[in-house]
Structures are given as C-alpha cells and as structure tokens.
Write a protein that binds this ligand. Sequence first.
Ligand SMILES: [Mg+2]
Length: 330
Amino acid sequence: MGPESDSLSGEDRLIARFFAPLARAPGALGLADDAALIAPPPDCELVLKADAIVGGVHFFVADDAGDVARKALRVNLSDLAAKGASPLGFLLSLALPATADEHWLAAFAEGLRADCAHYRCPLLGGDTVRTPGPTTVSVAVIGSVPKGRMVRRAGARPGDLVFVTGTIGDAALGLALRRGATWALDEALSAHLRARYTLPQPRLALIEALRAYASAAMDVSDGLIGDLAKLCRVSGVAAVVRAGRVPLSAAAARAVAADPAALEIVLTGGDDYEVLCTVPPGQADGFRAAAAAAGVAVSDIGTIEPGANVRCLDADGKAILFKRAAYSHF
Ligand SMILES: [Mg+2]
C-alpha cells in the first residue's frame, strides 16, 4: 500500500467516499452545500442534543472503529429516547489523529451506516478535522416531539414511582473488567458486560409510553444514583431507592455476589444509557403495559418524596452510603 492510500488527501474526497452515502435525506443536500435543511413534522417541536465521545475517555483507542461510530450516535439517541423524541437526523464533527487511516475510516463509516439505517437517523452534515489529540466524535442529534410533549427532568412529584429500563450497572462493570477487575465470571458473562460498555442500546421503543405516562425522565449516563439526584434537584423533590429492586443482569448479579463492593459500581458507575423516569402512581400500570407492548423491560426501584437528595436503602432498610454518586468529568 502506497503512502497515498495511507493518508487522507483531501477532505472533500473523504466526505464523498465515506459520508455522502450516509446522507441520503433530502435535507442533507448530498453534503454538497454549506448547511442542511430540515422541516419539523407538522405540529411538532425540535429536540436538540449534542454529546461527544473521546478516545481514552469514553472508548478505548484500540476499539473497533465501527463500534466507536455507533456508540457516538447511540449515546445521543439515548437522550432523545428519554425525552420522548423521534430522531430526524444528526450532525457529525470528527477530530482525527494522523493514525486514523482509510481502513479506520471505512470501518467507522460502515458502523455508522448500519445504525443510521437501523434507527432511521440520517447524517445531515458535519465537519472533519485533524487533531494532535485523541479521536473525538461529536454528534448533534435532532429529534421531534408533538408540541409541548417533551418529557422533562423537572416534572417529578412526591408519590411518583421511579422506574428504570433494562438492567443497571453492566457497562460500568464491563469497563472495570477491561481495566483488570475480576469477579470469577465465565467468558459469556464477561463478554455480556464488556458489550454493554461498548454498545449502548437506546430505548427509542419507549418514547410513546414515556410521553403518555412519565412525569419526568432522563437517560442514565453518569450513574443511576447521581443522575436521579440531578432529576430530583430540578424537580424540587427527594427520592428513595431500594437497592434490592434495581434490576441486574445475571452477570452483574454474579459480580455483586462475588464482591459486594461491586454494588457501588453498579449503582453509581454510569454508561448505562437506560431510561430513568418517574410515573404518577395511578399511571404505573398503564406505563408497565405500554412498556411491555413496546418490548422494553421496566422496573420500579423506588419512590419520589418531598424534600431533597436521594437515599438508597438496602434490604434491611439501612441507608447505603457511596464514595461518589456519579461520574463527573470535572
Ligand atoms: Mg442524558
């Protein structure tokens, strides 16, 4: 392979080859204009969200480039899901070190193509630059909700039940495994946890149930307890979580059984990309039925109370204290 195929020679050529095929939505204008155009669906509002992932921080530099692309899109789709919004498309800003050759880009574009199609979320535009730092993938996603129906963080009220989707803690345990932790898990259970870190599953199937029943919602990205505390703060309420009701995968349950200290990773570790929401008690059965019909597992893990802060109780009703409730970059 000659030097020309090793290095990127021209941003236009790179866009035409790798990204224009992902930008088939009419408003993307084939990535041939300076900007894209979208019209919100009738009687809808636009929901906007931007999230970046950085090599060495949110993914491992050696990770498959296709998985990196998919994670970058999925963490943004997870936010749309929690807001009850349907994806319309996204903008991509890519900062690449010199080590990102055409093989890396081809794998990146292929992963992105698969998820654009799966989630019906076309590329609308973006930018590609060189960086002396690590690979950085910034996505800005645009979604739509019927007017006035975005599910906010601020709507939780005393008496509401606290629900989460899926299982909690897998991704944080998977990250800990990749950093050398061991809980005597067999290869299948270990692989499950690692995969949950590599590729989140945005809960877009739940958007209609959230719009119909949830009083407040957000996605869990920085840790269950800390993210619930953020929701409570803006809602002006407190919450009590029963640790024994937090849904665990078989792999996470095994890790916690082997080492009770792993429970803190589960409850505060982050990268779950599950939906955390509150539902008024009279709506809980309707929400459970709507979630089941959508094929999304939901579990009620606690209740909203008057006051401030989040208390997490063990099976005996004793408060569990954490060193750190959530991941913080700063
Ligand atoms: Mg979020």
